[in-house]
Design a protein around this ligand. Structure first.
Ligand code: NDP
Length: 310
């Protein structure tokens, strides 16, 4: 196989990806965008949030590989025509996400924020633990990451409900779908986990009115995209106590500005968008297999639908 793969990411290690890709496909030329001198030889692009007009430079591009699961940065771009776009689909990435959410859910289920407060006051305050099945966890989005997470939560004994766009069946998870069931789903989520992609249909979905349907004192965990939640409405609900606590890995504007009210809120746990990351060691095989397929004139696997947005 001949051809060049162009790499672009401000977050990922180029040298590591190059080494791993060339171990899988020794004949593949792997270059950073800034070093490419013959753009017409570029057939593959491995990218995370490339700048505007990035794709215009490569007239013979055949495959775009998104260096993550969420493709919202590739939607609605004028520099991307009909080239297939694939996403990472790596069980280890799903496991990492499930681990983060499990940590956040258990933290609330076991009242850990309360004990953290008590410790600051050197106060021994017993609070009787609740059984997992008494705690209702609602998972919004049952895709590759949401599904694995919902299964993991069910395995821990929580009462898990899932919500997606289309009908789903899952052992141990009560599944709902569509807008008609959203209000009921939210009203039964003591802990709400947001795992939806950011699309025109989901942006701002959790507005003030919908947050009001959560049970009083509910916890909210957002690990997908910040713009799915109306941030001012979330701040108001966290301040009033209607939402008791939030774990936020994603924000409308990242990095979260220094002056943002979330930083000072005691009932908010902030992490800087790392609930799950691309794991080169395991994801490289899927990427190499797709490059090989395209080189062999076969359709790639794990394509996303940019019109749908995920
Ligand atoms: P998928 O694309 O595999 O699945 C998306 C899920 O959301 C599907 O179940 C889909 O329903 C559902 N969905 C989409 N639109 C709607 C809608 N309008 N109403 C109801 N349900 C809807 O996504 P993943 O599980 O792989 O990932 C989810 C998101 O997590 C990514 O899009 C990304 O933004 C984010 N992410 C965050 C990371 C982090 O570190 N914080 C890391 C990786 C990803 P259906 O199945 O019926 O189509």
């Amino acid at each position: 196989m001949t051809g060049t793969l162009v790499f672009y990411s401000e977050f990922d290690d180029f040298e590591q990806w190059k080494r791993l890709l060339q171990r899988e496909i020794p004949s593949l030329d792997v270059q950073q965008a800034s070093t490419v001198t013959t753009p017409e030889k570029v057939h593959y692009a491995l990218v995370w949030k490339p700048p505007e007009n990035f794709f215009q430079r490569w007239p013979n591009l055949e495959l775009v590989i998104n260096l993550g699961a969420g493709v919202d940065a590739l939607v609605g771009r004028r520099d991307l025509s009909d080239i297939p776009v694939t996403r990472l689909s790596d069980p280890n990435m799903a496991r990492m996400m499930a681990g983060y959410v499990l940590f956040a859910v258990l933290r609330y289920a076991r009242d850990i924020p309360f004990f953290e407060q008590m410790q600051k006051q050197a106060h021994w305050q017993y609070r009787h633990p609740r059984a997992a099945e008494e705690i209702r966890v609602g998972v919004m989005g049952l895709g590759e990451l949401g599904r694995k997470t919902a299964q993991e939560l069910a395995r821990q004994g929580f009462s898990v409900t899932g919500w997606s766009r289309t009908f789903k069946e899952m052992v141990g998870v009560e599944c709902h779908h569509g807008m008609a069931s959203l209000s009921d789903f939210l009203s039964r989520s003591d802990i709400l986990v947001i795992m939806l992609p950011s699309t025109p249909d989901t942006r701002g979905l959790l507005n003030d009115q919908r947050l009001a349907t959560l049970p009083h004192g509910a916890s909210l965990i957002n690990v997908s995209r910040g713009d799915i939640v109306d941030e001012p409405a979330l701040i108001a609900n966290l301040s009033s106590g209607h939402i008791g606590a939030a774990t936020l890995d994603v924000f409308e504007h990242e990095p979260l500005p220094d002056s943002h009210p979330f930083w000072a809120m005691e009932n908010v746990l902030i992490t800087p968008h790392l609930a799950s990351v691309a794991l080169p060691g395991s994801a490289v095989k899927q990427i190499a297999a797709n490059i090989q397929r395209v080189s062999d004139k076969q359709p790639p696997l794990h394509c996303v639908d940019l019109n749908r947005g995920y």
